[in-house]
Write a protein of this length. Structure first.
Length: 47
């Protein structure tokens, strides 16, 4: 790990990995209820 990133817990975490974990925990419906973003509510997908 880079010395400049030692206190950054998200260093090296991709957006895809983060989104997969959120979907696994909340599901698409849960994300859409919490965050009003069209891609969570209409035709949701990782791709």
């Amino acid at each position: 790990m880079s010395e400049t990133q030692k206190n950054n817990p998200l260093h090296g975490v991709t957006l895809e990995k983060l989104l997969n974990e959120l979907v696994a925990f909340y599901g698409w419906q849960g994300l859409g209820d919490r965050i009003d973003i069209r891609c969570f509510n209409q035709d949701p997908s990782i791709a």
